[in-house]
Design a binder for this molecule. Structure first.
Ligand SMILES: *Cc1c(COP(=O)(O)O)cnc(C)c1O
Length: 395
C-alpha cells in the first residue's frame, strides 16, 4: 500500500547550501540573511515594510500590542481558525475577544456577518480577519457592497490580517497581493505552510510608523538591534530599552531556508493550483459533497494552501468514518478546524451561546481537508478522489 501524506515539504540542495553558508559565516541569529529575506519578501508582495518574526503567532501578538488598544476594547476573531488568532487577544487581560461565526461557503467572516456583529457589540476596536485556505476575505468594496476595510474604517476599527494561509494570494477584486495593505498582515512560515523556514513569520504593512515600532517590539524594546551594533563602524555597544518588548526575532538559519523557498513559491503555488483543478474535475459529479466555492477566474488568485470539502451528510460519525476509511488505505487527511468556541478552555473563559455559531457548528461536523502540495502526483489525486466517491456513495 502506497502512503499518501497530508503534507510534504519541498527542500533541496539550495536550502541545504544556504543553511550551510550561514553556519560557516559564524553569524546564525538575526543578521544579513534575515535582512535579505525581509527585502525579498517585501519585493514580492510590493509592500513598504516587512518585519520578520519567529512565528505568525508572534506576528499577531506584536501587531495587537502595536495598536495600543484601551482597557475594555472588544476584538473580533473568527471561530474558524487556528488557536493563535484567539490566544493573542487573551494574552492581554484588558481585551475582550468576540468570537464570530463564519460564512458557510467561504468559512470566513463576511462583510454582512461583520455588520450584524457590530450592531450587537458597541466597543469593537479591532478585528483579526483570517484569509482561510488561501482565498482572500472580502476586504474591498464590490460595487455598492461595502468590504471589510470600508466598514471598519467608518467605525475606526483596526484590522489585523491573519495571512498564515495566504501566500501568495491576490486580494479579491484587486490586482495586488494579500499583505500589500495599510493593515497589519501576519504571515506564517511554520513547517507545513506554503513556504516554510521551520518556524517563522512576517508582518507586512504600508504603515511605516507602526513598522518601525514593530522592529523595536520584536527585540526586547531595544533602541538598536544586535546586528546593527555589531556592524556599526564606531563599534558603539550601548543601547537603551525604550518600552516593554519581546524576544520574537527570526534567526539567520531560518531565513536562509526562507530565501530559497521564496524563489520557488510561484512554481509550488502553480502546482497546487493544478491539484485543486483536478479535485474539482474528479469530484464535480459527486453529489454528496460540496466543493470550495470559487469561480474559474479566481483560480490563479488563490494560494491553495488547504483544500477543504464539505459533506452533505450532517452526522459527525459519517465524517469521522470517512477519515478512518481513507486512513486505513494509506490516505492522510485533516480537519480545518475544530471551531474555537468548542474548545474546553475558551468555552469556560468566554461566555458564548452555541446558537450564535450555526455555520461553524455544521462545518465542524462535515468538513475534511484533502492533501494538497506540489509533490502530489496525478495518480495520488485519482486514488484519493476515487475512494472519496466510493466511501460517500456506498453507505
Ligand atoms: C499556522 C497558523 C497560525 C500560526 O502560525 P505559526 O507560525 O505556527 O505561529 C496562525 N493562524 C492560522 C490561520 C494558521 O493556520
Amino acid at each position: 500500500m502506497k502512503k499518501i501524506n497530508f503534507f510534504k515539504g519541498n527542500f533541496g540542495k539550495k536550502e541545504l547550501n544556504n543553511v550551510k553558508s550561514t553556519l560557516q559565516s559564524g553569524w546564525i541569529t538575526s543578521g544579513p540573511k534575515t535582512i535579505l529575506f525581509e527585502k525579498e519578501f517585501k519585493k514580492k508582495i510590493k509592500v513598504k515594510n516587512a518585519i520578520s518574526v519567529n512565528s505568525c503567532t508572534s506576528a499577531l501578538h506584536l501587531s495587537l500590542v502595536s495598536l495600543n488598544l484601551k482597557k475594555g476594547a472588544q476584538v473580533i476573531v473568527p471561530s474558524w481558525t487556528f488557536a493563535s488568532t484567539l490566544e493573542v487577544v487573551c494574552y492581554n487581560n484588558n481585551l475582550h475577544p468576540i468570537i464570530s461565526d463564519v460564512d458557510f461557503r467561504t468559512k470566513m467572516i463576511s462583510p454582512s456577518i461583520l455588520k450584524t456583529l457590530l450592531k450587537k457589540h458597541k466597543n469593537v476596536k479591532a478585528i483579526i480577519v483570517v484569509h482561510f485556505a488561501g482565498k482572500s476575505a472580502e476586504m474591498d468594496n464590490l460595487g455598492s457592497l461595502k468590504g471589510i476595510n470600508e466598514i471598519c474604517k467608518k467605525k475606526k476599527i483596526k484590522i489585523i490580517e491573519d495571512c498564515a494561509h495566504a501566500f501568495p494570494t491576490i486580494y479579491k477584486n484587486k490586482n495586488k497581493y494579500v499583505g500589500n495593505s495599510n493593515n497589519l498582515c501576519c504571515f506564517s512560515f511554520y513547517a507545513n505552510k506554503t513556504i516554510t523556514t521551520g518556524e517563522g513569520g512576517m508582518i507586512t504593512t504600508n504603515n511605516s510608523k507602526i513598522a518601525n515600532r514593530l522592529k523595536i517590539l520584536r527585540q526586547h524594546g531595544m533602541s538598536r538591534n544586535v546586528w546593527n551594533r555589531y556592524t556599526n563602524k564606531s563599534n558603539k555597544w550601548e543601547y537603551d530599552i525604550i518600552e516593554l518588548g519581546y524576544k520574537y526575532n527570526l534567526p539567520d538559519i531560518n531565513s536562509s531556508i526562507g530565501i530559497e523557498q521564496l524563489k520557488k513559491s510561484d512554481l509550488m503555488r502553480k502546482k497546487r493550483e493544478y491539484v485543486a483543478k483536478k479535485y474539482y474535475a474528479f469530484l464535480k459529479d459527486c453529489e454528496n459533497i460540496i466543493l470550495p466555492k470559487i469561480n474559474s477566474s479566481e483560480l490563479k488568485n488563490n494560494s491553495w494552501h488547504i483544500f477543504s470539502i464539505t459533506l452533505k451528510n450532517e452526522n459527525i460519525k459519517f465524517r469521522n468514518d470517512l477519515i478512518e476509511k481513507l486512513n486505513k488505505i494509506g490516505i492522510s487527511t485533516s480537519v480545518h478546524y475544530k471551531p474555537l468556541h468548542l474548545m474546553t478552555y475558551y468555552k469556560k473563559k468566554i461566555k458564548m451561546d452555541k446558537k450564535y455559531f450555526p455555520n461553524s457548528n455544521r462545518l465542524w461536523k462535515t468538513t475534511i481537508s484533502l492533501p494538497i502540495y506540489d509533490k502530489l502526483k496525478l495518480a495520488d489525486i485519482k486514488n484519493i478522489t476515487k475512494n472519496i466517491i466510493k466511501f460517500t456513495t456506498n453507505v
